[in-house]
Design a binder for this molecule. Structure first.
Ligand code: SF4
Length: 507
């Protein structure tokens, strides 16, 4: 096998000129990207196949493990997280004391800038030059890697998916499966271009190349960065769940470890971890347990041969205290399993990059506007059919549809929704409350839509007054989006009410 070489500068520049999925103008308009995504047949196949398999796997795994009690287990997991959030100040105090007693240095960061500043200062203080990093959504959220790179700390993503995304100057499009939008040919091209190895699509060869490359980096690294799946308040432990073992290398090979975690990652005690691990692995990857579960309680002890000499934890707020308000608090129960993305018909069609943010899918549609401002992401609360599949999939029972509706209401209250839309819906609501205007509007609508319909014989023509006749292929206003993808059935000549009233006395 050819040895990986240094990244050719020209190739890196060429790849860097590709539009970065998270570089978006605010306020973010989802429509151009979503429209592009639905026309991309390959993307549709990758995302639909992967999410369908994962969604089915999750349901099977829950059924096999818990049978009819699956819902109770989700309830229990949700209650554990909700209880912790309801008493977050107390558990934070407890966790910080326990972590400090175990030798962890705890830092509190109000926002992304402060968290990055802390990490950069630590890297500088320790004279770090090479950092190996395990997968962490929160470090994506604060944009830590570019900051480290700009400060001269070479930072390598070590989760295979994230490694490929980094090589390709791309961004993750799924919480758990960051490269769900790529195939092995894209990986082969990225490896050839960036690592200077011969092109191959063979998964084993590609994994071997990545392994060789990363092993060397683990040996040389002087800094390891990770996230945290859970923080155990009683023991002060940081829990990491991975499937590739890279998390263990990142947190034990380099002499210094920095973990970055949102304040919502707390759970009270170790016995609660058992429940959370069970639902996390099954919801994320349909496994009974992730391959590696690391419980890190402080730096290496005396006489221990492995492990870091110093462990730092950056506890991040970055808007979470705002979400902690009663009406949105349940959102912080999220354990980033990705199950709601896999179940969501909208995510399956438009993929993760269409959301224009690190967090995509139903959970992203709610927390991105909350973290970054509703006015900056006005489309996201509407990027849902409210079918409820996300709620059914969520292992901690977050009522995502209600949260989406709550955000839409907030947009109206705070006038983020434009006056035309507000006026139109107010008028519509009023007219639906008056019988005469409801009937009159229904008549006008039926008349107008029937005039637009094409009668091609497929529906059997005007066979009865109660059946639809013909199809509308190019609809106006609110139905234009629908008819750009599929035909809309013309309404029947007679409404049900008219038919009912005109049917005469029943025998
Ligand atoms: S909202 Fe629920 S299903 Fe979605 S990522 Fe979070 S925990 Fe998983």
């Amino acid at each position: 096998m050819s040895q990986p070489q240094a990244v050719p500068a020209g190739a890196a520049r060429a790849a860097a000129s590709i539009e970065h999925p998270l570089d978006v103008a605010l306020p973010y308009d989802i429509r151009p990207r979503a429209a592009k995504a639905v026309r991309d047949i390959q993307l549709q196949q990758f995302v639909a196949n992967a999410t369908t398999v994962k969604d089915r796997g999750r349901r099977d795994a829950f059924r096999a493990a818990f049978g009819a009690r699956a819902d109770q287990v989700r309830e229990l997991a949700g209650r554990i997280k909700q209880h912790t959030l309801d008493h977050l100040d107390w558990y934070l105090d407890r966790f910080i004391s326990a972590a400090q007693a175990a030798g962890v240095t705890v830092h509190l960061a109000r926002d992304a800038a402060e968290a990055n500043r802390i990490c950069l200062r630590l890297a500088k203080d320790y004279g770090s030059k090479l950092c190996v990093k395990s997968k962490s959504m929160v470090t994506e959220e604060i944009g830590l890697v570019p900051e480290l790179q700009a400060a001269g700390v070479e930072t390598i993503e070590t989760d295979l998916g994230e490694f490929i995304i980094q090589l390709d100057h791309d961004a993750p499009s799924h919480i758990v499966t960051p490269m769900i939008h790529k195939d092995r040919a894209a990986v082969g091209r990225a490896f050839q271009r960036e690592l200077g190895v011969p092109y191959t699509e063979d998964p084993l060869t590609l994994a071997g190349i990545a392994r060789d490359y990363l092993r060397q980096k683990y040996r040389e690294a002087d800094l390891g960065i990770s996230g945290a799946n859970f923080l155990v308040a009683k023991t002060g432990s940081i829990v990491l769940c991975t499937n590739e073992g890279n998390g263990r290398f990142c947190t034990s090979a380099p002499p210094v470890q920095i973990a970055v975690a949102g304040i919502e990652k707390l759970i009270p005690r170790m016995e609660h971890l058992g429940v959370m691990l069970k639902v996390l692995a099954r919801s994320a990857t349909a496994q009974p347990l992730t391959c590696y579960t690391h419980i890190i309680t402080g730096p290496a002890r005396e006489r221990e041969r492995g492990g870091p000499q110093a462990v730092h934890l950056v506890l991040l707020d970055n808007g979470r205290s705002e979400i902690l308000r009663e009406e949105t608090r349940e959102l912080l129960r999220c354990i980033r399993c990705g199950a709601c993305l896999n179940a969501c018909p909208v995510y399956r069609k438009i993929g993760g990059h269409s959301y224009g943010s690190v967090y995509s899918g139903p959970i992203g549609a709610v927390i991105t506007p909350l973290l970054k401002g509703v006015a900056n992401y006005p489309d996201l609360p509407h990027a849902s059919s409210l079918c409820g599949a996300c709620y059914q999939a969520c292992p901690v029972k977050i009522d995502l549809p209600s949260q989406l509706i709550g955000l839409r209401q907030r947009m109206v209250r705070t006038r983020v929704t434009g006056w035309r839309e507000r006026l139109a819906f107010r008028a519509w609501a009023w007219s639906l409350r008056q019988t005469w205007s409801y009937r009159w509007m229904a008549k006008v609508q039926r008349w107008a839509l029937r005039r637009m319909a094409r009668h091609d014989g497929l529906s059997g023509g005007d066979s009865t007054p109660m059946t639809s006749s013909g199809w509308i292929q190019k609809g106006p206003g609110p139905i234009a989006g629908w008819t750009s993808q599929r035909d809309f059935p013309a309404p029947a000549a007679t409404s049900f009410r008219e038919w009912w009233e005109g049917r005469g006395p029943s025998s």
